[in-house]
Design a protein around this ligand. Sequence first.
Ligand code: AMP
Length: 122
Amino acid sequence: MQFDYDDQNIFAKILRGEIPNATVFENEHALAFNDIEPQAPVHVLIIPKGAYVSIDDFAANASAAEQAGFFAAVAAVCEATDVEKGFRAVANTRAHGVQDVPHFHMHIMGGRVLGRMLPDRA
Ligand code: AMP
């Protein structure tokens, strides 16, 4: 599959320092910051610093170092936030997944019981 990256997306602008963010954790390959419209007491977005549009682009094309750095950030976010009782990790993808920002991001949401996934079964 062909993945075309738009470098004008809002997370690319955050990575370039053009838009501020509330950073939770950062390493060489990933940045984690609070979602601007939190849907749970903990709602952090983790993004790779590389130009990947979606989780399947990242899984297929990111280097082993980038993938390790990304998941090190996932571990650090889970350690740094109040999700000991559990959380949900979500990567909305393209149109059917209702992805708004075309730069791969993983939502980490927790701090309360979240309810079942996919209430809309249409
Ligand atoms: P998605 O629908 O999975 O693409 O989610 C995009 C997420 O990015 C939403 O939860 C937004 O609230 C969040 N978001 C958009 N702009 C910003 C921003 N400038 N800083 C932090 N989060 C943002």
